[in-house]
Design a protein around this ligand. Structure first.
Ligand code: G16
Ligand code: MG
Length: 214
C-alpha cells in the first residue's frame, strides 16, 4: 500500500528549468559557447557541477577545478536572482490541489531534489511547512540516477521503499527511483520517461486514485 508521495522539485512542483536555462545561457554566451534549449534538456535533474561540465564540453573547454567553481558560483548568483522574484503563481498546474488532496487522505509527502536551492524555492512558493520531509542536494553524496536521495526520503519518513511513489520529470530521476525499489510516475512526455510505471502530462485533474491503483 502506498503511504507516501515523494516529489522531485524542478519540473514537477515548479518550472524553475526556465531560470536554470536563462542563467546557464548567460554564462555560455559570456564564454562564447553555443548553447540552446535542446542542449538544456541534458541538464535536467543533473547536479550544478555536472551541468557546467556538459556546457564546457560543448565548447571543448577544459578548465581547472577552481575556475569551474567560480563559474558555477556565477551561474548560481544569477539563478538565485531570478528565483527570488518567483511566487506561488509559478507552481505547475494542479500541483497545489493534488498535494492538499494527499494530505487530506493521510498520505505523507516529501521533496527529493538535487537542487541546493530547494529551501529557498519552497520559501518563495510558501511551501516551507507543508512537506513531511525535504531532502535536497546539500544532504546527499551521490546524484540521481543513484537512489540515495529517495532512500533517504523513505528512511526519514520511516517507510519501506515499496510504500513510496516518486514523481519525476527527468530520466535520471526515474532511474534513481526504480533503483530505490519505488514506483515512479513520470511528469512530462511518455517517450522521454519510458522507464516510469505511468506518465502524466501534469497534475491538472489528477486525483488520489492515481496512486491507489499504481
Ligand atoms: C534540479 C534541476 C537541475 C539542476 C539541479 C541542481 O534538480 O533539475 O537542472 O542542475 O537541480 O540545482 P542547483 O544548482 O539549484 O543546486 P531536481 O532534482 O529538483 O529536478
Ligand atoms: Mg526535475
Amino acid at each position: 500500500m502506498i503511504k507516501a508521495c515523494i516529489f522531485d522539485l524542478d519540473g514537477v512542483i515548479v518550472d524553475t528549468a526556465k531560470y536554470h536555462y536563462m542563467a546557464w545561457k548567460k554564462l555560455a554566451d559570456q564564454l562564447n559557447i553555443p548553447f540552446n534549449k535542446k542542449d538544456n534538456e541534458r541538464l535536467k535533474g543533473v547536479s550544478r557541477m555536472k551541468s557546467l561540465e556538459i556546457i564546457l564540453d560543448l565548447g571543448n573547454l577544459n578548465l581547472r577545478h577552481e575556475e569551474k567553481e567560480e563559474l558555477a558560483q556565477k551561474k548560481n548568483n544569477w539563478y538565485v536572482e531570478y528565483i527570488n522574484n518567483m511566487d506561488k503563481n509559478e507552481l505547475l498546474p494542479g500541483v497545489e490541489e493534488f498535494i492538499k488532496n494527499l494530505k487530506r487522505k493521510g498520505i505523507k509527502i516529501a521533496i527529493a531534489s538535487a537542487s541546493k536551492n530547494t529551501k529557498l524555492i519552497l520559501k518563495r512558493l510558501n511551501l516551507e511547512e507543508v512537506f513531511d520531509a525535504v531532502i535536497d542536494g546539500t544532504m546527499i553524496s551521490n546524484a540521481k540516477p543513484n537512489p540515495e536521495i529517495f532512500l533517504k526520503a523513505s528512511n526519514y519518513l520511516n517507510l519501506k521503499p515499496e510504500e513510496c511513489v516518486v514523481f519525476e520529470d527527468a530520466v535520471a530521476g526515474v532511474q534513481a527511483a526504480k533503483r530505490a525499489g519505488m514506483k515512479v510516475i513520470g511528469v512530462g512526455e511518455e517517450e522521454v520517461l519510458k522507464g516510469a510505471d505511468k506518465v502524466i502530462k501534469n497534475f491538472k485533474n489528477i486525483n488520489f486514485t492515481l496512486i491507489e491503483f499504481i
